[in-house]
Write a protein that binds this ligand. Structure first.
Ligand code: PA5
Length: 450
């Protein structure tokens, strides 16, 4: 087994004996999780996923990805929240922020994500990027009733039908949804789309290594078998109740301690633009899982050194409410070196001959010391390289850590009741049947505030 993620807590500002005292509480959370006896335990489909996933469906996902690559230059992946973030994070993690522009250099299509907003401009931009080129659509919704992806799907389905006719369009639509229920399941069956299943016991933000994320990732050119291998190794590695050797327990214990000390904001900081979307995935996982019942750590992501020139000021010197988890990548994919300039007009010759990775590391270390000096405890999570394997490993690491810290703070990490509030109001204001009672009251309130 490759052991690639390492958690360093030397700069967390722990006091003597503090970690020792965490053993019973994190141990209890571990037992609750592993014995499947806690709140939301019917949603633990992710816990043993690498050993239990449907191999037949996995082969179908790989075959569908190949077909998409043969049929099309572009895949439009339609979904929101957990039905979107993991795939986008995985593609950028492994291929960088310019994955689409560089698609011609690998076996894989450009993937654009729609259905995660209600912006007309955004959808039209994707249509303009596609232009006359061949495209396919993967519509993803566990419930099959979410408004944002439903709107985007209508629009792209109409485009497909206009371009390929009704029958041709059906060959290019792939639907990922619940096995039995929801409007999307009904539509897919009626139209005869190829379908993939979001398992019952897997909530949205734990679904990126099911068909939800695997199909767009594979179509883009990721090796999803490697992703599952990384996830499987992590599942085995963290199946261990010892706080001192299980980094998911250690990270959960540290997050809990930070919260107890008034550090209610966690910044997941990276130094690689390939990790920007991973930060977005992390924010959803943490916020939707822990932010309830008036509790939780507010997750923020930061892209350094870029953001050191914006929110860096606040981190160094603003309200002392935060701690930082640095996601550090040891080996960059490329190794560009700073050229020498005999005239040294820009004064940069102190760095000439250095690799950019070397300079990035010095930036990371210098920032870490500065932030620790400024009262921001730092945890460092090191990944050796950004590849398919470590993506699977890291996803599992965060799933399990989060489940433990959610149980430690006493919430059900697997539901998201707060997401419903805006939906109800939006439905009422749009006049959706069943919400008539709320409409007048909301409109009266809006008159007061507008
Ligand atoms: O994590 C979650 O459960 C949510 O973010 C959902 O993934 C999101 O609301 C989309 O739901 P659905 O896949 O049912 O359209």
């Amino acid at each position: 087994m490759e052991h690639m993620i390492q958690l360093n807590i030397k700069n967390a500002g722990l006091r003597e004996g503090e970690l020792e005292k965490m053993k019973p509480i994190v141990g209890a959370a571990y037992e609750t999780l592993m014995q499947r006896s806690g709140a939301g335990s019917e949603m633990l489909g992710w816990l043993n996923l690498p050993n239990e996933y449907d191999r037949e469906e996995f082969a179908r996902i790989q075959a569908a990805a190949k077909r998409i690559q043969q049929q099309s230059e572009v895949l439009v992946s339609i979904g929101i929240g957990g039905s979107y973030l993991g795939a986008r994070a995985g593609i950028e993690y492994t291929m960088g922020p310019f994955a689409n522009q560089l698609a011609g250099k690998r076996e894989g299509v450009e993937v654009y994500f729609a259905g995660s907003n209600i912006s007309s401009d955004y959808v039209q931009n994707i249509m303009d990027i596609i232009g006359d080129r061949d495209f396919s659509v993967n519509v993803i919704s566990k419930s099959g009733t979410t408004t944002e992806p439903a709107v985007a799907f209508r629009l792209f389905k109409a485009k497909l039908e206009e371009k390929y006719g009704k029958e041709g369009a059906k060959q290019r639509i792939y639907a990922t949804t619940d096995a039995k229920k929801g409007a999307l399941r009904g539509l897919a069956e009626r139209e005869g789309y190829e379908t993939f299943v979001v398992p019952d016991a897997t909530g949205g933000r734990f679904s990126c290594l099911t068909a939800v994320g695997l199909l767009p990732m594979a179509a883009a050119g990721m090796d999803i078998a490697e992703v599952m291998r990384g996830c499987g190794d992590a599942c085995e590695k963290y199946n261990n109740p010892d706080l001192m050797t299980n980094d998911t327990m250690l990270y959960a214990a540290l997050r809990f301690l930070m919260l107890m000390k008034g550090k209610s904001v966690e910044i997941l900081a990276n130094y690689e633009p390939s990790l920007t979307m991973f930060g977005e995935w992390y924010k959803q996982l943490m916020a939707e899982s822990e932010g309830k019942d008036g509790k939780g750590i507010f997750p923020v992501s930061a892209n350094f050194s870029t953001d050191l020139h914006s929110i860096g000021q606040f981190i160094q010197d603003g309200a002392r409410t935060m701690f930082e988890t640095v996601l550090w990548v040891e080996e960059s994919r490329q190794d560009l070196t700073v050229p020498h300039d005999p005239e040294n007009v820009d004064g940069l010759n102190f760095a000439s001959g250095r690799t950019m990775q070397y300079m990035n590391e010095k930036a990371m270390k210098g920032t870490l010391l500065a932030h620790v000096d400024g009262g921001v405890p730092n945890l460092v999570l090191t990944v050796d390289k950004l590849n398919d394997y470590t993506f699977g490993e890291l996803v599992y690491f965060f799933w399990k850590s989060l489940a433990l810290s959610g149980y430690m703070i006493g919430v059900n990490p697997f539901d998201q009741p707060g997401v419903e509030a805006y939906k109800k109001n939006m439905f009422a204001l749009l006049g959706k049947p069943g919400y008539e009672d709320m409409k007048d009251e909301l409109e009266a309130r809006l008159k007061d505030v507008n």
